[in-house]
Design a protein. Sequence first.
Length: 255
Amino acid sequence: MTPPPDDLPRAPAFGIACFAGTLAEAADAVLGRALSGRGGYGVLCNVHVLMTSEREPALRDALRGAWLVFPDGAPVAWLVRRSGAAEAERVGGPDLLAAVLDRGRARNLRHFFYGSTPAVVERLLASIDDRFPGVALAGAFAPPWGTEHDEGSLEHVVRSGAHVVWVGLGAPKQELWMRRHAATLAPALVLGVGAAFDFHAGTKSRAPRWMRQAGLEWLHRFASEPRRLGPRYIASNSRFAWRLVREAAHGDPAR
């Protein structure tokens, strides 16, 4: 089902309508949606997710069914700007999470964290409490491997009264999970932020700011986890580059 239209700016990236604003505007959009009680889910879309969606129809459906798709990755944000949205910024999962935690304190926004491991979640909550005093934590749950679809855990999230549920199951699992369960978790807004749990918990190091600003965060992550991320980045980035070359040759604006 396609979400109802709203007045948020969007522009296409390889056929996917992405948010075309700033990080601050993205945080305000999340805050407003979460407090509205309209539910739904938001996707943080990087090159891996975007290119995988072209080969996996279920993931493509998840992107198209989202309330909002944020360009999480410099190349995706570049595609959005290339489509005519000159002010569009990259909206990274860790940055969006921090901005919403900060801004949500004044509105008593209640947060639930779903995913990762018990050790990471424990450190994540401690970090949030230290960096964002006064934030309203509705709860957290790290599902044992293979039990992400357990109905009992979903009921636990619903009973928490959270306004927003942050999901850290990794892509593309979290996108498919949100597509399947967002209606059950309504009226909460569900957002998949992947490795943001680890970055804020301090269990993984994030790229220096200069690398992020230069669009090289993927290179830092590749160097940090070459065995796990190497094949993913090589395959996705190669398909991305080939798509650009092919469309340039045919005069297609990559929309």
